[in-house]
Structure formats: structure tokens, C-alpha cells
Ligand binder design. Structure first.
Ligand code: AMP
Length: 401
């Protein structure tokens, strides 16, 4: 790869959407970003934002992922940063599930693609769409390196005692049942940026990273390596999320089958789509929940209370797992923006060295920052995540080697 080619196109392909960003890895500039929604429907929509702002959008049927990527290519060409440019070094694909196989970003060939397909039973909603995106991009630029960056990879360093469920080993192994973890690209990016913020090498810091978006997960990171994370076989385990329950007694499922007569798909839908904050109070947006809490709404108060209680339990658990904690780091939509969540999550944890400074916590910024007072034993930080930049960084590191 010549040093001229330093652009990376990042693709995040969902079942009916394609999110993309074009990044210049010499200086981290964002050359373009956009989203194709409702692919395959009559009212598809492409929203494209070039480097200088000035969003453009077009509507009308975009039949499939191939048509979506061609439409994206046209928009990029209009900005003079087309996919045929020699400056394009690689395409980096977000792939949700890498199973136990993929522990690092991987250049995609036919064997890698076949292996990602073998992992479809572990991520039936996500991996097929990711695969479609990869196939389409390979067809468009067969000569270009295409790299898969896995959401699970950062968590493959978890020791067996954290990654295994305490169930019959033969059954678990036969069906690849273990804790994989997700949001790994975000946890990796945020851990590195948090170490920079603390002015220390990643190998020297122990962190609890709280990725609180619509999906939410916590991880314990020791010296740059993940040693535990809250999501498991699927993204359902762990924290209370926008629409997912997080941890429940697995016997809830049998109870709903036996007593409520519910089927497997119905329970799956209940726990993944109709639970969490939505199930508790009818809203999944933390802004709206806080507005209702401030207005004295009891169901919003209960939802907020359950959300924060679960967070606090994970902070305590990961404190114990790590032994020494240098920082608790908040990221993603809720973590970056909801000061009341950060304040409530560490309230009463002074004995663990965790304190939030109300003035610093109230500051709104897109920059990584500390929200704990200068004398705090453990830093509390906000680090905005950037999964696309991390995918591009990992992709470029592989092809520029
Ligand atoms: P994400 O999945 O990271 O895009 O996060 C989306 C979630 O972040 C939304 O559902 C909201 O709950 C939350 N969020 C976004 N902006 C704010 C804000 N200004 N204050 C509180 N919560 C926010």
C-alpha cells in the first residue's frame, strides 16, 4: 500500500440501512458521512453530509444494498472523493459477531466470509446484513482490501472464568454458548482515549467503561485488555437498556412459557424490544425520562431508579474484579449527555474514591473530559465514543502495515 492511499470507507450495514463514513487517516479528517435508510422499501432515503457540511438528501426506492452502495458512491464522486480514487486504501466493515474465531480485525477473503457466515446462528439479526454489505462492497471494488472489524473482538481477552456461564460444559461447547460481549469497538476506542486523558499509557490504567446508548454495556479493562463485560451470548445481558431488560433470572422465560403460554419469539420480542426503559415507563429516551422525573412522574422515577441501581451494581462488581480502578468512563448517548445519570451512578460511592464535581459534570462538550474533582482518588471521565474512527483506525493499521 502506498502512503498516498490513506482514506478508509467505513460501512455499517444493517438489514435495511447502510451507515457510512469516509475518513482520511493521515489527520483523522471526516471527508463524508451518511446514511441510507429503508433499503428495499418504496420510500428509501439517502442523507449525505460532505466534509464542509451542507447536508444533501434524496428519496425514492433504493432496491437493495447494491443499489444503496452505488448511490453512496455517486454522492462521494460528486464531492470529488469517489470510490475509484487511488487515495482509497481500504473499506472497513463493522461485523457484529466474530464468535470465538475472530480476535482481531481481519482482511476479508472467501474463507473469512464463509467463517462469518458460520457465525450467523449466533447473530441472526446482524451478521447476515453485515455479510450483504461485504459482498456488495467486494463486487464494487474487488481489487481493494476489505477488512472486517468485529464488535466482539475486544472482549476475546476475557479469562475463561468471566467468559463461561456456569452451565453444563458439553452443552455449552456444542452450541458455542459463552459470553462474547458487544460494543467492543467503542470500549476499545474509549479505553485508549481515556488513558490519553489521564496522561498515562493504556497498559498502566484500569478502567470501568460504561457505554450507555440505546444499547448499553459495561466493561472492566485492565491495562488495555478487557477482563469482563456485561453483555453475553447476545446483547440482552447486563445493564438496563432502552428496550432490553438486561439481567433477568433465566427462569422468567420458563415461567412465561408455562404460566403465560407465551412462545419463544414472543418472549424474545418482550425482552429485547418491550423491556428496559420502554417497558418500565413507555419511553426509551433519557431526555424525556428526566423531563418526566423532574415533573414528578412516578413510573419515570422508578425506571430511572432501576436503571441507575443496575449501573451501580456493575460499577461495584467491576471495581472488585479489577482490584484497583483509575477511572470510571462514561460514553455514548446517555453517558455523554445525561449528567443526572452520571451523578446518580456514583452517588454514595465516596468510600470507593468515586466523586463527581457538579459544576464539571454540568459542562456540555464533545471533548474528552474529567467530571471528578482534582483530588479524587478515582477519576470520573466522559469520553465521546467514535466507533467509525476506531473501525477506520484498525482497518488502516492492518492494510498500511
Ligand atoms: P446512542 O445509542 O449512543 O446513539 O444513544 C441514544 C440515546 O442517548 C437516546 O435514546 C437517549 O436516551 C440518549 N440521549 C441522547 N442525547 C441525550 C441528551 N442530551 N440527554 C440525555 N440523554 C440523551
Amino acid at each position: 500500500m502506498t502512503s498516498q492511499a490513506a482514506r478508509v470507507l467505513v460501512l455499517n450495514s444493517g438489514s435495511s440501512s447502510v451507515k457510512y463514513q469516509l475518513l482520511d487517516m493521515r489527520d483523522g479528517t471526516r471527508l463524508a458521512a451518511g446514511l441510507v435508510e429503508r433499503v428495499g422499501e418504496s420510500a428509501s432515503r439517502l442523507t449525505h453530509t460532505p466534509a464542509d457540511g451542507g447536508e444533501r438528501s434524496r428519496t425514492g426506492r433504493i432496491a437493495d444494498h447494491d443499489a444503496a452502495l452505488r448511490a453512496v458512491a455517486e454522492e462521494l464522486a460528486r464531492d470529488g472523493v469517489g470510490l475509484d480514487s487511488p487515495a482509497l486504501a481500504a473499506i472497513g466493515h463493522r461485523v457484529v459477531h466474530g464468535g470465538p474465531v475472530f480476535t482481531a480485525p481481519t482482511v476479508i477473503d472467501d474463507d473469512v466470509l464463509a467463517e462469518i457466515e458460520r457465525l450467523v446462528p449466533l447473530a441472526p439479526l446482524h451478521n447476515p446484513a453485515n455479510i450483504t454489505g461485504i459482498r456488495t462492497a467486494r463486487a464494487l471494488r474487488p481489487d481493494l482490501p476489505q477488512v472486517a472489524v468485529f464488535d466482539t473482538a475486544f472482549h476475546t481477552t476475557m479469562p475463561e472464568h468471566a467468559a463461561r456461564y456456569a452451565i453444563d460444559v458439553a452443552t455449552a461447547d456444542a452450541h458455542r454458548i459463552r459470553r462474547y460481549g458487544f460494543h467492543g469497538t467503542s470500549h476499545a476506542y474509549v479505553s485508549r482515549r481515556a488513558a490519553e486523558l489521564l496522561g498515562r499509557a493504556p497498559e498502566d490504567v484500569n478502567l470501568i467503561v460504561l457505554h450507555l446508548g440505546n444499547g448499553a454495556s459495561a466493561s472492566a479493562v485492565a491495562g488495555g485488555r478487557c477482563v469482563d463485560t456485561s453483555m453475553g451470548l447476545t446483547p440482552l445481558e447486563g445493564l438496563v437498556m432502552g428496550t432490553r431488560s438486561g439481567d433477568v433470572d433465566p427462569a422468567v422465560v420458563f415461567h412465561l412459557e408455562r404460566v403465560a403460554g407465551m412462545g419463544t419469539d414472543e418472549i424474545d420480542h418482550l425482552l429485547n424490544k418491550k423491556s428496559g426503559l420502554t417497558g418500565l415507563c413507555g419511553d426509551n429516551d433519557m431526555r424525556e425520562i428526566r423531563r418526566r422525573v423532574d415533573a414528578g412522574d412516578p413510573s419515570a422515577e422508578l425506571a430511572f431508579g432501576i436503571y441507575v441501581h443496575r449501573l451501580k451494581k456493575y460499577i461495584g462488581a467491576y471495581y472488585a474484579v479489577l482490584g484497583r480502578v483509575d477511572a470510571v468512563v462514561f460514553t455514548a448517548g446517555v453517558g455523554e449527555n445525561a449528567a443526572p445519570v452520571r451523578e446518580a451512578a456514583v452517588a454514595g460511592l465516596d468510600a470507593l474514591g468515586l466523586v463527581v464535581d457538579p459544576e464539571l459534570n454540568a459542562v456540555r462538550s464533545r471533548e474528552p473530559r474529567l467530571v471528578s474533582p482534582a483530588h479524587a482518588r478515582v477519576a470520573v471521565a466522559v469520553v465521546p465514543t467514535d466507533e467509525e474512527m476506531e473501525i477506520a483506525r484498525q482497518t488502516f493499521a492492518l492494510v498500511d502495515a
